[in-house]
Ligand binder design. Structure first.
Ligand SMILES: *Cc1c(COP(=O)(O)O)cnc(C)c1O
Length: 375
């Protein structure tokens, strides 16, 4: 028995679309890319969408399109995947971390204003694990201090703050399509914006600095090759057409876990989205009691074929960040505390009920054994 942490949901439609691209001869900037971007504009009522070869590329382009650079500061969370803060460093922008609140695991809205200085130019909220940030308050703060807002919605496609889709509320929003995300293109990301200026800048940056109007060998700024191929867009288009089904299936699987966990009365807690929000299920995270040795638990589960991962190590304590900024343990205590206790367990649409029972059964057994033996 091996139960992987994640697995993409690929149907015949994805395969057909990829074959169509191969048969068409248009493997880049073809019809599928155009339709992939279009379906985002329609589904999320966004004026513009620019697909790229990764979520990280799209975040980088977002930072650069807003004209942020050396000397600027952007407020963000240390409890995230490292890309949400690396994209600032690429442009010489300094990430200013704000600790999280321990239930939704997003930036603590109450302390954001305290982090604002004369150099602050933006806020980069991450909708961690598909939990929406309080976007109303973030936009209020941004308006008050004239800050730009980049939403890292890479883990939150389909999630909503009140009635609004995350990723469409700030100046710019990013979704990502690595195979463990809700929907995938293998590798990929997309930038959404209502600003024509950001849109044009993003199109140029992803395509070697070419203007939309310019000829293929005319480069007006220094850009990158961040293009998404039509093979990837074909997979993504099929995934987007099935988005609601996929999100519903994920919710069903999550609900089955939740009821198993409550049946077993496990001594764990589950992070919760803010009440005014609708979450999108990205990974299934459990928070362990502090007396459980998480790494040992993870090893024991691995021996039973159950894959788990400690999501997320905090960004400020990564070696690269400690070297650059001199951070040390204790700087963002809530993030660090949560980070030491959080564990992702297998979660994807193909997970069967017997497999989930197997996971929770072994989790219950190991927790009990570790509690009795004091690890
Ligand atoms: C997945 C992810 C990204 C983007 O990752 P890529 O692998 O570059 O697509 C960015 N931020 C967060 C929070 C993510 O989870």
């Amino acid at each position: 028995m091996f139960i992987p942490l994640s697995r993409p949901d690929i149907s015949q439609r994805e395969k057909n679309y990829v074959l169509e691209v191969l048969d068409s001869g248009h493997l880049s900037f073809g019809e599928k890319l155009r339709r992939f971007e279009e379906i985002f504009c329609t589904a999320f009522q966004s004026k513009y969408a620019v697909a790229m070869n990764s979520g990280t590329s799209a975040l980088h382009v977002a930072v650069k399109s807003l004209g942020l650079g050396p000397g600027d500061e952007v407020i963000t969370t240390p409890y995230s995947f490292i890309a949400s803060s690396n994209c600032l460093l690429y442009e010489g922008v300094k990430p200013i971390f704000v600790d999280i609140e321990p239930v939704s695991l997003n930036m603590d809205i109450e302390i954001i204003e305290k982090a604002i200085t004369a150099k602050t130019r933006g806020i980069l909220p991450v909708h961690i694990f598909g939990h929406p940030n309080n976007m109303e308050q973030i936009m209020e703060i941004a308006n008050k201090y004239k800050l730009r807002v980049i939403e890292d919605a890479c883990e939150a496609i389909g999630a909503k703050w009140k009635k609004k889709n995350v990723g469409t509320i700030g100046d710019v929003g990013i979704f990502a399509f690595y195979p463990n995300k809700q929907i995938t293109t293998g590798e990929g990301g997309i930038l959404l914006t209502d600003s024509e200026e950001i849109y044009l800048q993003a199109c140029s940056l992803r395509n070697q600095g070419r203007d939309l109007q310019s000829t293929w060998l005319d480069h007006t700024i220094i850009g990158y090759n961040y293009r998404m191929s039509d093979l990837q867009a074909a997979v993504g288009l099929a995934q987007m057409e099935r988005l609601n089904d996929i999100l519903m299936k994920r919710e069903e699987v999550a609900d089955r876990y939740l009821s198993l966990i409550s049946d077993y009365q496990l001594p764990i807690s589950i992070p919760q989205p803010l009440p005014q929000s609708t979450k999108s299920w990205f990974v299934f995270i459990i928070l362990l009691p502090s007396f459980i040795n998480r790494d040992l638990l993870s090893q024991n589960l691995a021996q039973k074929g159950i894959e788990t991962k400690p999501y997320f190590p905090v960004i400020h304590l990564q070696t690269s960040y400690q070297k650059l900024f001199g951070y040390s343990p204790g700087d963002y205590p809530i993030s660090e505390h949560i980070s030491r206790r959080s564990l992702a367990i297998p979660f994807h649409t193909k997970l069967t009920y017997p497999e989930q029972q197997y996971v929770i059964d072994h989790l219950a057994f190991e927790l009990e054994r570790m509690m009795k033996s004091g690890n």
